[in-house]
Design a protein around this ligand. Structure first.
Ligand code: ATP
Length: 617
């Protein structure tokens, strides 16, 4: 078959009609996509070419594992870090780059939302993140209302989104439509949708395809992967791309596809839809009854007229854009993100909303702390006095206070980052915010409750146990406890960002607990630790906190009762008690400085690990 040397009339018309205005044309040529594992490369998509014309609705179809999602992610410039692409992808002649986040939207197969928010709150948050402060609140409100009407979601404005499998509130169809509404906020010129109809009944699936069809009328191009649509839906697409084992088996109009397959001599089974017929032909395992193997279909496509027309179309598009017939747009990365603090503020508000929506858990934690505080306080209420056993009781309660403010908060935050990582990764990839904004917003949102918890706990224990009734004693103890709780949370965040799952983080945190306890200063004198392990106290805040609180309790106490105890074994005053534990009152400022340094150190490391993990994903 000779290759055509000029474009068919219909394609020429298409090019002319789209060669002006604020539209975009996406072309990809000789595209090969590979993934890198530890030792080898696997090619997922082999040397494919194609076009996505303005205002067209394109279906990307093929058997499972054919490479549809991989190809779509590459076209949308959203491939994961282990994916390498060779070949060309051009948008109006420009090589694609991070600017694609501004120009295109993507709807993933599994939508991720902050499930505690309502539909309206989620839309407002995303409008703020995507559109920034330059658009007025009123205009955003009008736009959101308009989009919710278009996606038939206005009645769900105040309904909580919920989480699939946890507390589902809006339906699967509504979740898909919400994902559409969010992407439409920024008027994308191209919308990529990964299996938008999967899991929906035929009515909802049809609604989604109709919605995509309506979108194309305003010039937006839509490409979606779709599994076995009904014939009614299939013919709603302008063009279909069929993939088989990473190769293009066909690209063109639906009726051309039927003609192409019929000419191959494939037997079409009765009672099967057109899409089922194609997928059956392209599945290696399912087309044994047919004479034509999937590889042969791809070979025949590459020799077909339709293929050569496509190749000409791609070359013409590249030429048109090079001669300036395609509108240009902002491709620099500098203009992609909003004001740093504005975005941070949006994220903090989202986190506050989410945590306040579920106050039961917070109240439970507070109640648990109150019970422990009352129990500890009452147990020690008649033990603290200026005697030898009183000194032992004070050091005992200091250990309990420090431990209580260490282990609970440290373990409580372990799940924070593994749980929020998928949503963070997706929103970060969409360039809505950076790692630091996300991390800081998480910490700030936790802060008020943490402060309330630690202060309430220490005040109750302090009062009930009759610890030293001086302002310095109280202030130092409250300040040290608050810092301990914050450092513990920072360390928990560090472990939480270092590992991808809570059990993994937990298995490394347990041995770390022993370092904390051994170096707390209560069980062993620090200077007796072997030289090779002398670094241990420097990563343990329990020692610094115990020393600070001990100094606050014993500084200036010049008498302790030694009745019935040999003079050598007796602690005569506060200094003796401090010496007994190798503590020194001159260390007090250093203790606080060390706690503050550790706070920033653990948070800094956590941020670094989170950034590294996100960049690698
Ligand atoms: N990052 C990756 N690393 C390694 N292999 C990958 C990666 N992404 C995809 N693959 C592999 O590439 C192949 C194609 O995957 P892809 O998700 O693109 O298929 P698909 O056609 O969208 O399938 P489905 O219809 O089932 O979603 C699969 O075998 C998959 O395991």
């Amino acid at each position: 078959m000779d290759a055509p040397t000029r474009l068919s009339e219909s394609i020429e018309k298409e090019i002319v009609s789209t060669s002006s205005g604020d539209t975009v044309t996406l072309v990809w040529q000789n595209l090969t996509i590979s993934s890198q594992t530890r030792s080898s490369w696997t090619t997922i998509v082999h040397n494919v070419s194609g076009t996505l014309l303005p205002g067209s609705l394109v279906a990307l179809m093929g058997p499972s594992g054919a490479g549809k999602s991989t190809l779509m992610a590459a076209l949308a410039h959203r491939s994961s870090a282990d994916i390498t692409t060779t070949g060309e992808i051009r948008l109006n002649g420009n090589r694609t780059g991070p600017y694609m986040y501004n120009i295109s939207g993507i709807i993933y197969q599994d939508e991720l939302f902050g499930g505690e928010l309502t539909v309206g709150e989620h839309m407002h948050l995303m409008a703020n993140l995507k559109l920034g402060p330059s658009m007025s609140t009123h205009r955003k409100h009008v736009l959101i209302n308009d989009l919710l009407i278009q996606t038939n979601l206005l009645q769900s404005y105040h309904t909580r989104i919920g989480q699939v499998g946890v507390r589902k509130t809006i339906s699967g169809g509504e979740r898909k439509r919400l994902a559409f509404a969010v992407e439409l906020l920024s008027h994308p010129k191209i919308l990529f949708c990964d299996e938008p109809t999967t899991g929906l009944d035929s009515y909802n699936a049809s609604q989604v395809v109709q919605m995509m069809r309506r979108l194309t009328r305003s010039g937006t191009s839509v490409m979606c992967t779709i599994h076995q649509p009904s014939d009614e839906l299939f013919y709603m697409f302008d063009s279909v791309i069929l993939l088989s084992n990473g190769r293009t088996a066909f690209m063109g109009r639906p009726h051309e596809a039927i003609r192409f397959f019929d000419r191959l001599g494939v037997v079409r089974p009765e009672h099967c839809t057109t899409a089922e017929y194609f997928i059956g032909c392209l599945s290696s395992c399912r087309n044994t009854s047919n004479r034509v193997r999937p590889e042969s279909i791809c070979d025949q496509y590459e020799r077909s007229d339709v293929y050569h027309q496509q190749k000409l179309l791609i070359s013409s598009e590249i030429l048109l854009s090079e001669y300036g017939y395609r509108s240009s747009f902002e491709t620099s990365e500098s203009h992609l993100r909003n004001n740093w603090f504005y975005t941070l503020n949006c994220l903090i508000r989202r986190n506050f909303l989410c945590s306040h929506r579920n106050p039961q858990l917070q109240y439970m934690k507070l109640a648990q702390r109150l019970v422990i505080a009352i129990l500890v306080g009452l147990c020690f209420s008649s033990t603290i006095d200026l005697s030898q056993s009183g000194a032992q009781a004070v050091q005992g309660i200091i250990f309990l206070i420090v431990s209580e403010n260490t282990f609970l908060p440290m373990y409580a935050v372990l799940s924070v980052f593994p749980e929020s990582f998928p949503l963070f990764l997706r929103e970060r990839k969409a360039n809505l915010y950076g790692t630091a904004q996300f991390y800081i917003a998480q910490i700030v949102a936790m802060l008020p409750f943490v402060l309330l918890e630690s202060t309430t706990f220490i005040l109750i224990v302090y009062y009930l146990a009759h610890l030293r009734p001086t302002l310095l004693g109280l202030v130092c103890t409250v300040a040290a406890c608050t810092l301990v709780m914050n450092v513990s949370m920072a360390c928990g965040c560090f472990f939480s960002t270092m590992f991808s799952s809570v059990p993994m983080a937990m298995s490394y945190l347990v041995p770390f607990d022993y370092i904390l306890m051994i170096t707390s200063g209560i069980f062993i004198r620090i200077w007796t630790i072997p030289k090779v392990l002398r670094w241990m106290p420097f990563i343990s805040w329990m020692m610094f906190a115990s020393e600070a609180i001990s100094v606050a309790q014993w500084d200036g106490i010049d008498y302790l009762d030694c009745e019935g105890i040999p003079d050598r074994a007796c602690l005569h005053d506060g200094d003796d008690v401090l010496q007994q534990y190798s503590f020194g009152r001159q260390h007090l400022p250093l203790d606080f400085i060390a706690l503050i340094v550790q706070y920033f150190l653990y948070h800094g490391l956590a941020l670094l690990f989170l950034h590294k993990r996100a960049s690698k994903s």
